[in-house]
Each structure stands twice: as structure tokens, then as C-alpha cells.
Ligand binder design. Structure first.
Ligand code: ATP
Length: 502
């Protein structure tokens, strides 16, 4: 409206000046240059659209994704849904004085379903959905990114209002591009302005006058790169991990993607799920698609097990997958993990909740332990126990496969840290020391002595339980994930519930 009035008045002024005999050529020339400059700087941005889902025209469109379309990720879905309840029940939240939720951060490797989650959140909360990628906000011209941030928030509010929605979800993929730590970029003024604008917009969310509630859902696989201000309470104060799916998750994803595809009788999805350790949801989707293409190429009506076998190789060869483990590697990881699990049980009975060989984050397998209650004081025996747990993976690898691997590097680092902590606290044979003045050589020697001593105990325990550990490792290889109870049963340890696991 303001724009129309301004254009109208300028045109009227020009006509008036022309009729009065003034020379308006310089004014027109100057205006032309200004328009051209504005177009060059902002032109791209003007034409750029954010992805929209949930407008009136898209109601019940096939683009609507629900949580049922997301395979596996049960924990992430549960956490995410819990957070979204605040948006679904705003009145109750307001009555109880709950601070409105402004941002949820989804963290995980590429292709694990973060975008799907954001879309499902929009259907779940009946919100308008607007999506953009972090790189869409970043330009070399100062101020453009900040303007785009303002624009997406404005659009979210106005489009949601027009569509009769009470809330809008703005999804920003690759948030690390725009939300990286400030002052780190070469053209940092532009980056910083863009991030500052996002912070300002997020701070503005949640006022009582707001007709449309806005929630920002962002995704990244590098949460460590994000500026601290983004993770502060009141901004992205919920973080949901969306990891690579385990065997059960992969089976679920395969079922979803083969739902409408004709499969031959010889296809066994459970076997396929077993053979695709390390695949993300996107890899599985690509694999199913590849198998269908192979069947089509041979004019077959159904997709066979052989098609899937070839499709797995195609996805791998296409370098679409950065990490797939060979069988020997998986075997080694299984021994490594059951080693950790055994010593963990001996140190604290009933402490293991899950053992798995599914890659997660930087680790190739892991054991999950029941959360320890916050502990502020550690005894010498506590720390020694933790050192033994760290060492057990490498010791088990050595016992069962004859060698150790780089997979234990992180464990050793942790063991050394623990030993140094023990020494600095005056709990070692060095006695009470001043950490600032004690020679590094002495600390190093004492660390090695402590670690070697604990390692001997671990070797004895692994040897004593070797037969049962081999059984547990075989079960782990077959199922990829075993519960703590199953592990205890296989190794012949009593089922004890730790106080903190209740
Ligand atoms: P990126 O980090 O690369 O943006 P992403 O985590 O956002 O990836 P999506 O874009 O959600 O991943 O997933 C890409 C495709 O992979 C989806 O369209 C879907 O076909 C498939 N996919 C990924 N994860 C799942 C899942 N958990 N269930 C079903 N399909 C999935």
C-alpha cells in the first residue's frame, strides 16, 4: 500500500515538474541507476521463494508428511512430539505460564529424516510450513541475509494467517551455514548481521499479541559449529538427535518405502535390513528405487531379492555411502563392545542398558549405560573402574581377533584422562602433588603404571568369560543390538536393577 502511494506521488510530481517546464532528465537518470543497483543486489532475492507446505491450496496434498511416514527414530519422534505438544495446546500452556517454545534443533547425519520430521511436525500441529536452507540466507552483500530472515518470518505469519492456521513452522536446513560462531567468517559482517537478525526474530516470538505462533525448527549435522547464542535457553532450547537407524529402524524404513511396490516372494526385508548396516533412510530409499529401476529394465512385474542385492552395491559404488562396514570389521566391533559391556557389569552390576554395533556419531558401536545419578565425588575405586571399562574394548579385540585397532583410540584417551585426574587429586602412589609443579615425566610414568595394572585385571576377566562373551558377540552380530538384560543372560550375570535405572 505504502509502495503504491509512493510510486503514484512520484509520478504525479514528475508530470507536474514537466508541465512547469523543468528539466527532469537528471532525476530520471538517477532513479534509473538506483533501480538497476537495487535489482543487481536484491534481484535474486526477490525471485527466491521459500518452500511452502500447508497453504489452503495444499491441503491434503500428497506432500503432507506425518510421523507414520518416518521409519525408526522412535526416541527422536517421541522427544519431538513431546516438545510440539506446547504448540498443540497453547491455551493450557499459557494457563500454566509455560514459556513458549521458540526453536527445536534436529541434529544428525545427512539423510536420516530431519526434513521429514519438520514436515511431520507441521501436520501434527496443523501449522503452516515454510522451509529454507541456511545457504539461502547468505550472500556477499551486507544486509541481504538479514532481510531474508525478516522476510521468512513475515511470510510465515502472513501466509499462515491467510490460510487460517494458528501456527507456522519455519524449517531452516543446514543452520550451521548461517548460525556459525560469530566473528569466524572472512566476510563476517554479513554473516554476523544475518545471525543477529535471526536472534532478534526469535526473541520476538511468543508475545501475547501474536495471532500466529511461530516455531523455528532447524537441522544440522554439526551442532558444535553453532554460535552459543543460538543454543541459549529461549532460542533453540530443545535438541533432538536423529541418528542413523539401527536394524529395527531400517526394517521399518524399508517397509515404508516398499509399501506401494510389488515385491517378489523371495524378498525378505529383515535380511535386507541386516545387510544394510550403516545406511541412512535416504540410502535405503535410493536402494529401493534402484532395485525398482533394475526390475523395470528387465521388464519384470515384481522386484526380486537379486535386484535388491545389486541395488545395495550400486548405492555403495555410487559413493553415496561414506561408511559401510565389512563383516570382519563388524565382528571386531562386536567383540570390542561386549568387552566394554562385561567390565561395565562387573564394575556396576545391572548398569548396561543396550549394546549395539550400529554406527552413531563418530563411534562405530556403543554401549548405553543407565544414566548415573549426578555424582560430584569419585573414589579411587570409581575412577579405576571407569579406566577398566575404557580399556576393555581393546583387550577384548586383542583376545578374540589377535590384534587391536584404531577403534580404541578414543577409549585410551579417556583412560589417560581418568588416570591423570586420579593422580592430580592425590589418589595415586605419587601421593599429594601440586599439579602445576609436578614433572610431566612423573605424571606420565604413573599414568602408564596405573593403566597397565588395570589392564591386567581386565585381561583376566575377559579370559574368564571368553566363552560367554563369544556367544554374546554372535548374538550382537545377528541382531545388531541387544538389550542389557539379554547381555546379562548370555554372559550368565545376575539381573540386578541399579538404583539409578528405575
Ligand atoms: P539432510 O541433512 O541431508 O538435509 P535429512 O536428514 O533432512 O537430510 P531427509 O531429507 O528428511 O533427510 O530425507 C531424505 C529422504 O530419505 C526422504 O525423503 C525419505 O525418502 C528418506 N528417509 C530418510 N530418513 C527416513 C526415515 N526415517 N523414514 C523414511 N524415509 C526416510
Amino acid at each position: 500500500m505504502v509502495k503504491e502511494i509512493a510510486i503514484g506521488s512520484t509520478a504525479a510530481l514528475l508530470v507536474y515538474a514537466l508541465a512547469g517546464g523543468y528539466d527532469v532528465t537528471p532525476v530520471i537518470f538517477l532513479a534509473g541507476i538506483l533501480i538497476l543497483m537495487r535489482f543487481l543486489v536484491y534481484g535474486k532475492e526477490m525471485g527466491r521463494k521459500f518452500e511452502v507446505l500447508g497453504g489452503p491450496e495444499q491441503k491434503n496434498a500428497p506432500g503432507q508428511v506425518t510421523f507414520a511416514d518416518i521409519g525408526g527414530q522412535e526416541e527422536a519422534k517421541r522427544e519431538f512430539r513431546e516438545a510440539l505438544e506446547l504448540l498443540r495446546r497453547p491455551e493450557q500452556a499459557a494457563r500454566l505460564g509455560v514459556r513458549p517454545l521458540k526453536g527445536i534443533l534436529l541434529v544428525g547425519p545427512p539423510g536420516t529424516g530431519k526434513t521429514l520430521m519438520a514436515k511431520a511436525a507441521a501436520s501434527f500441529t496443523d501449522s503452516y510450513y515454510l522451509a529454507a536452507s541456511g545457504s539461502q540466507f547468505v550472500e556477499m552483500y551486507a544486509g541481504v541475509g538479514a532481510q531474508r530472515v525478516r522476510k521468512i518470518f513475515q511470510e510465515a505469519r502472513s501466509l499462515a494467517g491467510k490460510a487460517g492456521k494458528k501456527s507456522a513452522i519455519i524449517f531452516i536446513d543446514e543452520i550451521e551455514v548461517l548460525g556459525g560462531k560469530r566473528g569466524k567468517h572472512t566476510s563476517h559482517l554479513e554473516y554476523d548481521q544475518t545471525l543477529n537478525e535471526l536472534l532478534v526474530q526469535m526473541d520476538g516470538i511468543g508475545s501475547d499479541k501474536e495471532k500466529v505462533k511461530v516455531l523455528v525448527v532447524a537441522a544440522t549435522n554439526r551442532a558444535d559449529l553453532l554460535d552459543g547464542a543460538l543454543l541459549r535457553p529461549g532460542r533453540f532450547d530443545r535438541m533432538v538427535r536423529v541418528d542413523l537407524p539401527d536394524q529395527e529402524g531400517r526394517l521399518h524404513i524399508l517397509k515404508i518405502h516398499t509399501r506401494r511396490r510389488p515385491l517378489h516372494d523371495d524378498v525378505d526385508l529383515t535380511t535386507l535390513a541386516k545387510e544394510t548396516c550403516g545406511f541412512s533412510g535416504a540410502h535405503l530409499e535410493a536402494m529401493v528405487n534402484e532395485a525398482a529401476i533394475l526390475a523395470m529394465r528387465e521388464n519384470r512385474e515384481t522386484i526380486t531379492a537379486a535386484d535388491f542385492k545389486e541395488a545395495i552395491d550400486k548405492v555403495l559404488m555410487g559413493e553415496k555411502l561414506d561408511r559401510r562396514l565389512r563383516h570382519q570389521e563388524l565382528e571386531r566391533i562386536a567383540y570390542h563392545e561386549v568387552g566394554h559391556a562385561l567390565i561395565s557389569e562387573l564394575v556396576k552390576p545391572g548398569s548396561v542398558s543396550v549394546v549395539t554395533v550400529t554406527p552413531r556419531g563418530q563411534s562405530l558401536g556403543y554401549i548405553r549405560r543407565h544414566e548415573d545419578n549426578d555424582q560430584y565425588l569419585y573414589t579411587e575405586e570409581d575412577l579405576m573402574g571407569q579406566i577398566r571399562i575404557c580399556l576393555a574394548g581393546a583387550v577384548a579385540e586383542k583376545y578374540f581377533t589377535g590384534s587391536r585397532s584404531t577403534g580404541a583410540a578414543g577409549d585410551y584417551r579417556q583412560a589417560v584422562d581418568l588416570a591423570e585426574r586420579l593422580i592430580k587429586a592425590g589418589l595415586s602412589d605419587l601421593g599429594a602433588i601440586n599439579p602445576d609443579t609436578v614433572p610431566t615425566k612423573s605424571v606420565h610414568e604413573e599414568t602408564q603404571r596405573l593403566i597397565k595394572g588395570e589392564e591386567k585385571t581386565v585381561v583376566l576377566e575377559i579370559e574368564r568369560h571368553a566363552e560367554q562373551l563369544a556367544k554374546a558377540a554372535a548374538a550382537l552380530l545377528a541382531d545388531e543390538r541387544i538389550s542389557g538384560s539379554r547381555f546379562r543372560e548370555l554372559v550368565g550375570l545376575p539381573e540386578i536393577k541399579p538404583e539409578s535405572a528405575a
